[in-house]
Design a protein around this ligand. Sequence first.
Ligand code: COA
Length: 178
Amino acid sequence: MEPYVTTTIDVRYYTHADAADIRQTLLDVHADAYADRADDSFVQRFPWFVDHWSSNPGFACVIGYDGSEPIGYAYGAAAMPEREWWRDHLDPAPEQSRTFHLSELMIRPKWRKAGHSERLHRSLLDARDDHLAVLLVDVTHPKVQELYESWGYRKVGERQPFPDSPLYAVMLRTLPNP
Ligand SMILES: CC(C)(COP(=O)(O)OP(=O)(O)OC[C@H]1O[C@@H](n2cnc3c(N)ncnc32)[C@H](O)[C@@H]1OP(=O)(O)O)[C@@H](O)C(=O)NCCC(=O)NCCS
């Protein structure tokens, strides 16, 4: 697919208080972004994950819009201390360890290869004051892992949170916060 080039993506911020308002947008964008894996039973459980994450009072989300059209989003939540995804893989633990769990990052196919994922990711984290960001990426998707490495993440371990989920690389980066 040819890249869709536009410079007019608006980034809007949402919290737990917006969960009901943005729920259908999150589901619709996901259906498009994961259309090639629509038969996957883990992918089909996505509505449960949206509700689980957005019901967290520490939920933070950015959605990118091309006019009125949502093109993709990034969301996550503050990690509970001692329950961070990196915790089993780093010894000693970092001294400054306030962590953001980045749960989802997706761009609809029409808007890929134009840098929007980097912008949404940066917009979400710039608005926070965490020391660390951690995300999970399917180990069978090395190109996505490379993309995250180009943003400063490094793999610190592997994790399979559910029996039917993929095996994920746990990727961590420090954030430029005091
Ligand atoms: C990951 C994503 C946000 C990156 O968007 P982007 O910055 O526009 O970059 P691209 O789409 O060009 O992806 C970067 C590379 O990863 C590859 N890639 C992206 N999603 C992939 C997937 N689900 N499986 C395997 N490879 C994937 C792309 O083919 C590309 O490789 P290439 O340059 O050799 O073609 C977007 O591809 C996406 O939404 N993918 C589907 C959802 C997903 O996998 N999210 C990440 C979960 S950790």
